[in-house]
Design a protein around this ligand. Structure first.
Ligand SMILES: Nc1ncnc2c1ncn2[C@@H]1O[C@H](COP(=O)(O)OP(=O)(O)OP(=O)(O)O)[C@@H](O)[C@H]1O
Length: 256
């Protein structure tokens, strides 16, 4: 299922946060949203997920969600959002129980997503027994359990240390390579964006407008930290973001 954003504009209390966003999110691709703090990345993700309605513009879903999809637009949050009193399997079961699936089907889905995320040995563990990286793997497994059409990922690796982030990036690449998923991935981190994004959308400072869209054709599985072609894209994005930060500084001085 593709998503098309047509001229999305959003205001809070009359103040513009996003302005005229046109964007295509193709099936089977990871689209990263990057941009300076407060430019509206999370807001755009909430609009895509239907948690809020845009002040202007349309978000169209083209095509149908995958077979067995229980929740077309599914979030993965920075803070994992696991229930502490439920086991790993129990946390995943939670999102399936509401759909009235038989227990045997729920067990089969849990077994499948735990295998896909290398968590099979942790089925009966409680969140407090898991590291941050493992908790986020559980959150990703839980999101995959509903066969989403589009994963909406809001800074999913930001709470993790850099080594764990690297491991999780490798896991996400492995997951995508084995079975391509569609994602909108918000991040501050340009290294993450160039490792995981097929398309990187740079927003300007508030109100967020599309400043640039960078496509990266290199297969996810062939990307490595510090690789020359990725470095070039990262440097390009950073040069544009640095301009935004400078402009923001200048504005503060002007109005201060
Ligand atoms: N519910 C709300 N009501 C009013 N203003 C809001 C609301 N949600 C967000 N904002 C404002 O909208 C702007 C964009 O916020 P948003 O969180 O989308 O930005 P962001 O790019 O994700 O920021 P960051 O990178 O710091 O997480 C900010 O100025 C924020 O204060």
């Amino acid at each position: 299922m593709d998503l098309h954003l047509d001229q999305i504009t959003h205001r809070y209390d009359g103040a513009p946060v996003l302005d005229g966003i046109d964007l295509h999110i193709p099936t089977g691709r990871i689209v990263c949203l990057v941009g300076p703090s407060g430019c509206g990345k999370s807001t755009l993700l909430r609009l895509v997920g239907g948690l809020e309605r845009p002040s202007e513009g349309d978000i169209r879903q083209i095509g149908t969600p995958p077979d067995g999809c229980l929740n077309p637009l599914t979030y993965v949050f920075q803070d994992f959002a696991l229930l502490p009193w439920r086991t790993v399997a129990g946390n995943i079961a939670l999102v399936l129980e509401d759909h009235g699936l038989p227990k045997s089907r729920i067990d089969a889905v849990i077994t499948d997503v735990l295998a896909r995320t290398n968590l099979s040995d942790f089925r009966d563990a409680l969140p407090k027994q898991l590291s941050g990286g493992m908790k986020q793997r559980v959150a990703i497994a839980r999101a995959l359990a509903v066969e989403p059409a589009v994963l909406l990922m809001d800074e999913p690796l930001s709470a993790l240390d850099s080594q764990t982030r690297e491991l999780l990036m490798e896991d996400l690449v492995g997951l995508w390579t084995r079975q391509a998923f569609t994602a909108v991935y918000v991040t501050h981190n340009l290294d993450e964006a160039v490792r995981l994004g097929h398309r990187i959308v740079l927003l300007s400072r508030r109100p967020g407008r599309i400043r640039d869209i960078v496509e990266i054709d290199t297969d996810l599985a062939d990307r490595r930290a510090g690789q020359a072609d990725l470095e070039e894209k990262r440097a390009h994005l950073w040069s544009l973001m640095r301009d935004e930060a400078r402009a923001a500084d200048a504005e503060l001085v002007t109005h201060g």
